[in-house]
Design a protein around this ligand. Sequence first.
Ligand SMILES: *[C@@H]1O[C@H](CO)[C@@H](O)[C@H](O)[C@H]1NC(C)=O
Ligand SMILES: *[C@@H]1O[C@H](CO)[C@@H](O)[C@H](O)[C@H]1NC(C)=O
Ligand SMILES: *[C@@H]1O[C@H](CO)[C@@H](O)[C@H](O)[C@H]1NC(C)=O
Length: 156
Amino acid sequence: MDFGIVYHLIYLLAFTSASCPSGSKFYQARGLCFKLFTVSKNYTEADIACKDKGGILARIKDGAIQNFTEDKYAGKYFWIGLEDDDNDGVYMWADNSSAMYNNWQTTPPSGRCARYTKSGLWIAELCSEILWFLCELPKGPNKWNFLPSINNHRSH
Ligand SMILES: *[C@@H]1O[C@H](CO)[C@@H](O)[C@H](O)[C@H]1NC(C)=O
Ligand SMILES: *[C@@H]1O[C@H](CO)[C@@H](O)[C@H](O)[C@H]1NC(C)=O
Ligand SMILES: *[C@@H]1O[C@H](CO)[C@@H](O)[C@H](O)[C@H]1NC(C)=O
């Protein structure tokens, strides 16, 4: 028995994917845990539910995260953390950072809250719709730290 290998396996389980909350998917390239909640809530309540768990509604800030979530959640639809909260046509992530990347199905979007479609494209939906939602969650107890949203807060 090679205890070195066993040790490494235990280490990997303890400190990588296994340290994501149960039911979540680990995106190793970014050290992020994503969990699809299959209870249905409107956008506001979904936002609160993610925060209650120490997380945030999923921020899909680039094509790599898009591809990861598409791979894991194809064929489902759910809220992501992108909203035009003051109805000025500018969509911001749930951490108030600017949406530099987007994957909209329609241009321009018609509602104020973004959801994933089954194809992985996003549509802007009425925020009152009741849907599943995708959270980014902390990797382990008290391990969560948000990437700061540098220099791109709304200026009002
Ligand atoms: C995402 O997937 C598409 C289609 O497979 C690929 O063309 C693109 O390069 C990928 N983007 C990233 C950032 O990995
Ligand atoms: C985003 O900005 C709003 C007000 O514009 C504020 O209420 C909210 O707490 C901010 N959220 C974060 C995560 O900074
Ligand atoms: C979401 O539901 C809550 C609780 O019913 C309600 O207070 C809130 O106004 C709703 N938000 C939206 C955007 O519909």
